[in-house]
Ligand binder design. Structure first.
Ligand SMILES: [Zn+2]
Length: 344
């Protein structure tokens, strides 16, 4: 089978690798029909963070079951399934608590494990990791495209909003106009936020932000941004969704939060990790979030998409074939695309 392989900085190749097969009785083999490139895939692509040449890449995917191991019970060949970006056993202490991202036997697709930008994949812990989609979605390409972001980005946006305790009537600031920030708007809107202020710079993304429910757009840069938001909100937002991960972003998030409010952070931290504890102390600002438990959120968010109440599909603005996957990375790297869908 063919799969996307990380060969080095700015070098993603599609190569022939051994076919996906059942290795454990809890495995399934899935033929991948839809995958996508995540903003975090760009880190190794740009040479940030450890990723070894030869590793498969891609952690966002869905497809059709081709084969199952002897212990798999919840799915059968022919079923269409979606996976969360993290595989998990479904049985450990943390899976039981709905924190699959901390599963004791879990991990991420790619990163030395099987990757999702491929023709097929060996899905570990199939019963726990995969969620079957109703057969009604089968011929509905628009609906499938709306479901795909639930693998990761929509779960992260939702996690940011839940972690920041967004409540009906809340004033919310979203830091980051990438796919996760845009999904954070959908999540905040869904949880009843009254005012949603997005910080970003790209006209196309900010237009989509408005479409998703943002009420205000802030495009200023650097030291101008904080006083602007403080003034707009009369002292800060109830909830700030930090969807970037840089030290500047987390500092801005804490400083934009109203006393007693909460920052929901889902941007993977890169930088020295300094946070303004003094401001958090003096103003009782909470900081929650982290790696989203996407598998735990899947049933709820899937229900919303199937009911027509949630549609993150516009974040997928470019589609490529597996053979063209390298061009998808380049498009996202050069910001010609917000997010790329891959059709193996
Ligand atoms: Zn577990």
């Amino acid at each position: 089978m063919r799969a996307a392989i990380f060969r080095g900085v700015f070098d993603i190749q599609v190569e022939q690798i051994p076919d996906a097969t059942i290795l454990e009785p809890t495995d399934a083999v899935v033929r991948i029909t839809h995958a996508s490139i995540c903003g975090t895939d760009l880190w190794p692509y740009r040479g940030q963070g450890p990723y070894q040449p030869g590793w498969q890449i891609g952690h966002e995917w869905m497809g059709i079951i081709e084969d199952i191991g002897s212990e798999v019970q919840s799915i059968k060949p022919g079923d269409r399934v979606i996976a969360s970006y993290d595989f998990c056993d479904g049985t450990c202490e943390f899976c039981q608590k709905g924190l699959d991202s901390a599963c004791l036997q879990g991990g991420l697709w790619g990163y030395g494990n099987e990757g999702g930008q491929a023709e097929a994949i060996r899905a570990r812990f199939a019963d726990a990791t995969l969620v079957a989609l109703p057969s009604s979605v089968e011929a509905d390409e628009a609906l499938l495209k709306a479901i795909l972001p639930l693998t990761d980005n929509m779960a992260a946006g939702h996690h940011a909003a839940v972690s920041a305790a967004v409540r009906p009537g809340a004033v919310v600031v979203i830091i980051g106009d990438g796919a996760v920030g845009l999904c954070g708007i959908l999540a905040a809107h869904r949880l009843g936020a009254e005012r949603i202020i997005i910080l970003g710079h790209q006209a196309q993304r900010l237009a989509l932000a408005r479409q998703f429910g943002a009420t205000d757009v802030v495009t200023s840069r650097g030291e101008q941004t904080l006083p602007e938001v403080i003034e707009m909100t009369g002292g800060g937002a109830d909830a700030v969704l930090e969807c970037v991960g840089s030290e500047e972003a987390i500092n801005m998030a804490v400083n934009m939060t109203r006393p007693g409010g909460t920052v929901g952070f889902v941007g993977a931290p890169h930088g020295s990790g300094q946070i303004p504890l003094g401001r958090m102390f003096s103003s009782n600002i909470g900081l929650r979030g982290g790696l989203a438990p996407a598998r735990a959120y899947l049933p709820e968010l899937l229900g919303e998409v199937l009911a027509g109440r949630l549609d993150p599909s516009p974040i997928l603005d470019v589609t490529v074939s597996l053979a063209e996957v390298a061009s998808g990375y380049a498009a996202m790297d050069q910001r010609h695309a917000t997010k790329v869908m891959v059709r193996p």
